[in-house]
Design a protein around this ligand. Sequence first.
Ligand SMILES: [Zn+2]
Length: 446
Amino acid sequence: MGAYRIPDWLTDLLECPECRRSRLVREDDRYTCRHCGSTHPVVNEVPLLMPASAVEDGARLISAHLGDLDLASVERALGSALRFRLADPWLRSEFTNILDRYESVFAGHSASPGEAERRRPFEPVAEYFNPRFEPGRETFRSFRIRNNTPHVLASEGEKPFNVSYKITGPNGFETEGVRSRFPIPLKPGGELTVPVRIKAPDREGDYRISVLIVQEFVGWYEESPIFVGELRVESGVEATPHLIRPPHKGYFDFEEDLRQCGLVIERAVDMVRERRPDAGVIRVAELACGHDPQIMRHYQPGTQVVGFDLCWAQVQFASLIFQKKWPAHDDRYAFVSGDVFNAPFKAKSFDVIVISAALHHFSNTVEALKLMKDMLAPGGRIVLLREPGAVAPDDPTYIRELTNGFNEQQFVLPEYETMFQRTGLRPIYEQLDFECSYKTILVTTD
Ligand SMILES: [Zn+2]
């Protein structure tokens, strides 16, 4: 019985994040690129596959800065500082945030002065505006906004900022919309996705909508619109033929929601197998998998699975959990840490790509879906699990996560429809559990 070691088949899928050639080989505690010579560390049988420019070695930087201190000792000091933390949450960062304290050592780049002034005060960053609305119905559309002003945009105080809109009808008649709050204050230079409540006109027809920031008692920022586009009011647009809404009643049941995730993964793997009965092994990846990947929790026989996440420590925890749970010499799984925007995999490597409760954390979900599509083998399936399928702007968990610095976003189902269309994807199965937990299986349309 030997210890778990990254299976050899992973090497066939990998591409060097530095030179993008498939020349990575495993050597002891690292992967080395036979083409460009770059090396990538492996810890707990999880490689960190990022280009050198994307990673700073804090131990090396501190060692150099403090007069060539012994590197191993500096590494020990940093590890111990992460291991222990202060019980008092207000003092924690003083104790732990050691790398950031030496930030001046790692002098970064700053935007040239004047760049901010040339920009618009409020910059639209992303939207998934589905122009179709039911007559008279109130719903949401989300807009991601960058604040280029030197002011905090907050929906409280004497002259609060809000997001609203103006709708112009076929006859040129203009109406003002309801106000929507910034869920949390938006700092200068920051970005935030704001769910904007929109009430469609009562009469069917084609309208124009301008989404605008309004400062109460000051005025509308007409010169810096967040979105301008068409709004189409017609009856019957909300019907989604594929959508299954299981008859769950009452409060959100986490265990049942997880069980449903397993059924959707099984369905996607079965679809690939039905399409290609002679496919042999089916390769499954989960992006942003964290320490408890769905593809491991709901492992499907006959698959090889790769868990992938930006957080190296978390995928190491995942690897350690399964090294303990599953038999040694297990060659069904591998974990990799890296950046999905420079993912260290060959194009079209996976038959099924899963993402669970993470797509909505990307600042631009269409960009993220396009990356997933590039990784997908012909005839493959993309599976979204546990993505928010409803908007609740006052939900305390949503506000708390935003306050803690997570990029929380919520979307209504017509916005997903727009995301998929823009990516060249089409849902072939959709499910909404507890009226909020969206799950879907997607195929490419081109
Ligand atoms: Zn290389």
